[in-house]
Design a protein around this ligand. Structure first.
Ligand code: GUN
Length: 304
């Protein structure tokens, strides 16, 4: 069945665009540069940061990794971020979540300069997104999904989009993007969460269903309207002694049974994940262009 949304392929198109932007900056003597900060040894975070480093290198973006031990104090982390904010040769800063529980995540995200906030988590960027001001940075995963919908010509105008999950990284910013009075938006958005009643019924009314709740294979075939678009954001580790690593990864969608019902569906892996990294790279290059006056802030490349 070929109703797959090939995130890997679409991400490659974005990478090609980013590479060109990197070349244009290099020609002006600007080396786009991003800092990755990882605190502790969360296994998933190690994998994600490793993938981000690799992609930055491939596209010609300089990346620096700051590895801090689990017991790092909040104060020490904030001090590092202030240093990075003041480093004029550095354009982007990303602090990988989750952070150890003794560190307040909100405090960390608001300490990163909004101009270097390539994750789009700073309250100023969150506010800009909500206000429909496209001068800010859009969080990478919702930005990537938006780009998938756009490039696959999936109509959002007037569509009912149901988002499963109300997190600050995916659910809430995704809703903000799609409710805007703007091209490739104009959707009617419902956010569902653990307290939502009639979740199955709501899902079945979705033209576009975005699963970002972190429950393995939560979305079953009978929750999907025939021909709907299904986007699976979930990355869940399931213990599996028969697998060489002792676990396997599954999404939030029961792919096998949902694929035949869906109009379009993202594979997982190979759907949303590659797009998240592609938007991160795009945001980094944009931060570099903004910082070096290579773009007027209000004339950013519009992603919606
Ligand atoms: N943890 C899960 N997703 C993300 C993301 O997009 N950015 C960061 N910094 N941490 C994450």
């Amino acid at each position: 069945m070929d109703n797959l949304i090939d995130g890997k392929l679409i991400a490659e198109t974005l990478h090609a665009e980013t590479e060109q932007e990197v070349q244009a900056l290099l020609a002006k003597g600007v080396l786009p540069s991003v800092a990755f900060v990882r605190v502790g040894e969360d296994p998933a975070s190690k994998v994600y940061v490793g993938m981000k480093e690799k992609m930055a290198a491939r596209l010609g973006i300089k990346s620096t990794l700051h590895l801090l031990p689990e017991e790092t104090t909040e104060k020490a982390l904030l001090e590092l971020l202030k240093e990075l904010n003041n480093d004029a040769s550095l354009h982007g800063i990303l602090v990988q979540a989750p952070l150890p529980s003794h560190i307040r995540q909100a405090k960390v995200f608001e300490t990163v300069s909004p101009l270097k906030d390539v994750d789009g988590f700073h309250p100023v960027n969150v506010g800009k997104l909500m206000l429909g001001d496209d001068d800010g940075f859009v969080p990478c995963t919702p930005g990537g999904i938006h780009e998938l919908l756009k490039r696959c010509k999936i109509e959002t105008r007037g569509a009912h989009v149901v988002i499963l999950g109300r997190g600050n990284i995916v659910g809430k910013p995704m809703a903000s993007l799609l409710i805007q009075k703007a091209p490739h938006a104009n959707a009617t958005v419902t956010i569902c969460h653990s307290q939502t009643r009639n979740i199955g019924e709501l899902c079945r009314s979705a033209d576009i269903l975005i699963a970002a709740l972190g429950v393995p294979e939560f979305v079953k075939a009978d929750m999907v309207k025939p021909n709907a678009t299904v986007i699976d954001v979930g990355v869940n580790r399931i213990t599996d002694p028969s697998s060489p690593r002792g676990y396997r990864l599954v999404g939030d969608v029961d792919f096998k049974t949902v694929q035949p019902v869906a109009g379009r569906i993202t594979p997982n892996p190979g759907g949303v994940g590659p797009m998240t990294i592609a938007i991160l790279m795009k945001n980094t290059v944009r931060a570099a262009r903004m910082a070096t006056g290579s773009v007027s802030v209000s004339k950013q490349d519009k992603t919606h």
